[in-house]
Design a protein around this ligand. Structure first.
Ligand SMILES: Nc1ncnc2c1ncn2[C@@H]1O[C@H](COP(=O)(O)OP(=O)(O)OP(=O)(O)O)[C@@H](O)[C@H]1O
Ligand SMILES: [Mg+2]
Length: 899
């Protein structure tokens, strides 16, 4: 553009794009006419009355020479330096008489020649001659400045108290560890320093999608940012970033370690305000998303300390942030990152008062979709009738994604065979077996296709996406601020902070749940496709998201989700950390998460506008969850089991407030008695039961077995052979054996399910009466052993009662028709009139035609194919059917092993 023959509107637009304020641009055009050059000249010469942002450039550019440099900017891609200058100018208050040695934004202030340079070269040339910038001379009224920046750029009224605390620590050159709830506003803690000082903030983040999201948001709010790494499509961005062209640089840990030298140079010429390590729980092996490269970030402390870089007066502060770190993880973070001894730990409550947690039993297989997603489908399809649904006209764009999502199961034909789909039908059970064999063998390596990373979603899903996002644009220049930014502050208020009054909470909880978006998290990639396609068929605008899908599709889903074109995203962990969409009203976990950290992190995507949101966990409460295969050391496997076990216990509890359990898991003392909104608080805990007799009989069986083993070992007292040791191993009692012995001994417990005893086992373990008998970690006790305390309790005559609240599996078992683990028990059961009556009743109820036909239509599942084609063949839906299927499976296994 030559700047002369354009309309006023175009000139104004161009000036706005360059970062000048609307009022100044308007005034310039009014005074200087509709010529771009003249208008720019007018502003740069200080013609504008209200010459704030624009004058930043002019005031800083003490000569007019700057103008040609700016004019040289490509119109569609104005360089960050102008925008940065305008932001910085905001706190270079005009009252400051002259720039001191530590003044900010030096590089836009000087231009030494009349010659039109490449702006990048120009700025570097200038920068390199400027005195080093090593202290935060932003004045003691930084809080006021920060608040005004906050209002101006983000439209929020004021900083939250934890944000103030973090910024105060940073201002005092301290390292900080920020532990604050999901959605509480941690990002601002590292964004504000960039805006306050004009120095660069380097943010280490684990996911390109997250970096991309944040850069886009910042650009919208007038802050220039970029992300680096192999996901960065524009090769010039890294160079520009290292020359100080962006306020905020997002980078993954691998890349920041590669860029140590250029960053040291950048620290010298432009200044680095801080290194922020977002989602810092990734540092820890004890966390849920361990990334080995995060551990190497201790290099930052070494390479950016004042003793290493002579131009620094203080170490460049580290700011580590997460919403999901247990106490153990926190200690590991401080140690692993070599954070200073004076590190300020800013800890806020992890409690999210507007989230309603619920756990619901489900097989989480296709046969349960209909039941489990009924409400969701009703809600989205509203009054649409079935016929109407089928003919529903969806916009072309949505159609494309929906079509491809439902077809994607086809397009994935290479990796999803029909057998896989059969396996999938069995839901957790297959994974359970796999995980057990996986654990027994202690390694994931070469376990065949079932254990391959393609088969199950695993940690690699995150890692693959780190540098692998094809984004259309890699630099995000701050856009001029819109006038209507302030509208946000009404919706995002301090609601995410703890409401102080329970009245206030009650009011919040009485609000109706709005429609909003839903994310369904599932453990496997295949499930994302299955469920998305099911929902689409039911008329919901849903799409799948997992790291194995084409990157362009992922981007499209991401975009449509943010634009509310999609109602539901069915995703794996790849769609987790940091996603900040205000109106996510429902987070559904369909299948056990791998840890409470992952669960809470993903649940934290909900209700970020402070309004009520639901977090529902659908899980098979009759089975212990399985560990998804991944490359782990022995130590990590142990830890992974521990985390999975904690998650399982969370799901099984029926007596403790869910929110309380969650925040206590992260080491917080829950300051409320209960959250008032989770399923336990709403439904109330189950009645206490005195289970002294049951606990006694359980422990007696173990004690008797221990006595026998001891006697047997005594008779071989000098034998230390492997055979004997093996025998004692083989002789260890597992739950199934214990229950079998109980049934042999006592007719009274004949009908008590294994499931019920499993719950009691956990309760007794929780009381400290039982412990694991082998040295491995399991999701729940595999070989229960009596502890001293247990023995004492068993022998105690005084302690007559054992009042406890039954766990979810115990309640479930009580509500389900009885089953038996062996045929002999089954046979014995018929002798009991009550059991006989129950069985006959259950037969009558369960003998539905579809049990025999198979719900899945033409193709029969592997289980169905295995079943004998007898007309009397019992349904898998009945108790007896299940037992027979199990037994026939066992006998097949035995036969094949005999052969
Ligand atoms: N002082 C504030 N006043 C009002 N809203 C704020 C304030 N600070 C941040 N927010 C808003 O809160 C929302 C969540 O912020 P952010 O994404 O930084 O959360 P987070 O703590 O990083 O969460 P997560 O742990 O899930 O990544 C954003 O939409 C942000 O704009
Ligand atoms: Mg965040």
């Amino acid at each position: 553009m030559n700047g002369n023959d354009v309309s006023s509107d175009q000139v104004i637009a161009k000036l706005l794009e360059m970062g000048f304020e609307n009022s100044n641009a308007m005034e310039a055009v009014k005074e200087a006419g509709p010529s771009f050059d003249d208008a720019l000249e007018y502003i740069l010469n200080g013609g504008c009355r209200n010459n704030q942002r624009a004058s930043s450039s002019s005031r800083c550019s003490t000569s007019k020479v700057k103008a040609p440099g700016k004019r040289a900017l490509p119109s569609s891609n104005p360089l960050g330096q102008i925008r940065q200058s305008s932001i910085l100018d905001h706190f270079q208050s005009s009252s400051r008489p002259k720039r001191s040695r530590t003044d900010v934004v030096p590089y836009v202030s000087v231009s030494r020649s009349e010659k039109v340079h490449d702006p990048v070269d120009q700025c570097v040339e200038v920068l390199s001659e400027l005195p080093p910038v090593d202290c935060l001379d932003i004045g003691s009224d930084w809080q006021k400045k920060a608040n005004s920046l906050l209002q101006k750029h983000f439209g929020y009224l004021s900083l939250k108290s934890f944000q103030k605390e973090v910024l105060a620590a940073w201002f005092a050159h301290k390292d900080t560890l920020v532990l604050a709830a999901t959605g509480s506003g941690k990002s601002l803690c590292f964004q504000i320093p960039a805006m306050l000082t004009g120095k660069v903030v380097v943010v280490i983040s684990p996911l390109i999608s997250l970096m991309h999201d944040q850069c886009l948001k910042l650009a919208k709010h007038g802050v220039s940012a970029c992300f680096l790494g192999s996901g960065q499509p524009d090769s010039t961005v890294e160079n520009k970033a290292m020359r100080g062209m962006y306020n905020i640089i997002y980078v993954c840990p691998e890349t920041v370690l590669r860029l140590i030298k250029p960053l040291q140079k950048l620290a010298e010429i432009r200044g680095i305000a801080l290194f922020a390590i977002d989602e810092v729980h990734c540092v820890s092996k004890w966390g849920h998303d361990f990334r080995p490269d995060y551990r190497r970030l201790s290099e930052l402390r070494k390479n950016f300390s004042a003793c290493n870089l002579k131009f620094l007066k203080f170490d460049i502060p580290l700011m580590a942030l997460t919403a999901t770190a247990t106490i153990q993880v926190r200690e590991d973070i401080l140690r692993s990152l070599s954070m200073s001894k004076e590190t300020k730990v800013v800890l806020t409550s992890f409690f999210r008062p507007n989230l309603r947690f619920r756990v619901q039993h489900s097989r989480t297989s296709p046969s349960s979709y209909e039941n489990d997603f009924l409400d969701l489908i009703d809600m989205y399809t509203g009054k649409r009738g079935i016929g109407e649904m089928k003919q529903m006209i969806i916009s072309e764009e949505v159609n494309e994604v929906l079509g491809s999502s439902s077809n994607s199961s086809m397009s994935e034909a290479d990796c999803i065979s029909e057998n896989d789909l059969d396996n999938f039908e069995d839901g957790n059970s297959d994974r359970y077996d796999e995980a057990n064999s996986f654990q027994e063998n202690g390694s994931s390596a070469s376990k065949g296709r079932e254990l391959s990373v393609e088969y199950l979603e695993n940690d690699l899903d995150i890692f693959q996406s780190v540098n692998d996002w094809d984004v259309s644009c890699g630099e995000f220049c701050g856009q001029p601020l819109c006038e209507d930014l302030n509208t946000r502050k009404e919706t995002t208020s301090e609601v995410l902070d703890l409401p102080s009054q329970s009245e206030e909470r009650r009011r919040l909880l009485q609000e109706p749940l709005e429609k909003g978006s839903t994310i369904i998290y599932v453990p496997t990639r295949k499930q994302t496709l299955k469920i998305a396609s099911y929902l689409c068929k039911c008329g919901v605008k849903a799409a799948a998201y997992h790291a194995g899908l084409p990157k362009s599709r992922l981007r499209q889903v991401h975009k449509m989700f943010h634009e509310n074109t999609l109602e539901v995203v069915v995703a794996t962990i790849a769609f987790g950390m940091g996603i900040d969409k205000l109106n996510v009203r429902r987070i559904i976990h369909y299948g056990w998460p791998q840890s409470l950290e992952a669960y809470y992190q993903e649940a934290g995507r909900a209700g970020r506008d402070g309004k009520l949101a639901d977090c529902i966990l659908f899980a098979n409460l009759t089975r212990a969850p399985s560990l998804l295969p991944s490359r782990r050391s022995e130590e990590q496997t142990k830890q992974a089991y521990k985390m999975l076990s904690d998650c399982f216990r969370y799901g099984m509890t029926s007596s403790s407030c869910r929110a309380k359990k969650l925040v206590e898991y992260f080491g917080e003392d829950f300051s409320y008695e209960k959250c008032l909104s989770c399923d336990v608080c709403v439904n109330g805990p189950p009645e206490m039961q005195n289970l002294r007799k049951e606990a006694d009989v359980f422990m007696q069986v173990i004690a008797a077995h221990d006595r026998q083993s001891r006697n047997r070992n005594d008779s071989y007292d000098d034998a230390t052979s492997t055979d004997i040791r093996r025998e004692s191993y083989m002789g260890r009692l597992n739950l199934r054996m214990i229950v079998s012995k109980i049934r042999e001994q006592s007719q009274q417990f004949m009908a008590t399910e294994l499931l019920w005893w499993q719950g009691l086992l956990r309760i007794m373990e929780g009381k400290g009466f039982l412990r694991e008998g082998d040295d491995k970690t399991h999701v729940q006790l595999k070989f229960p052993k009596l502890t001293e305390l247990g023995l004492e309790f068993l022998q105690s005559e005084k302690e007559k009662n054992f009042y406890v609240q039954p766990e979810a599996d115990m309640l479930l078992s009580a509500s389900m028709p009885k089953s038996f683990s062996t045929f002999s028990e089954w046979g014995k059961g018929w002798a009991d009139p009550e059991i006989r009556r129950q069985r006959l009743e259950s037969f009558r109820h369960n003998r539905k035609p579809q049990d025999f036909a198979g719900k899945r239509g033409k193709r029969k599942s592997r289980k169905q194919r295995r079943r004998k084609p007898s007309g009397n063949s019992p349904s898998l839906g009945t108790v007896r059917g299940r037992i027979e299927a199990r037994l026939s499976k066992q006998s097949i296994r035995t036969r094949s092993s005999n052969h």
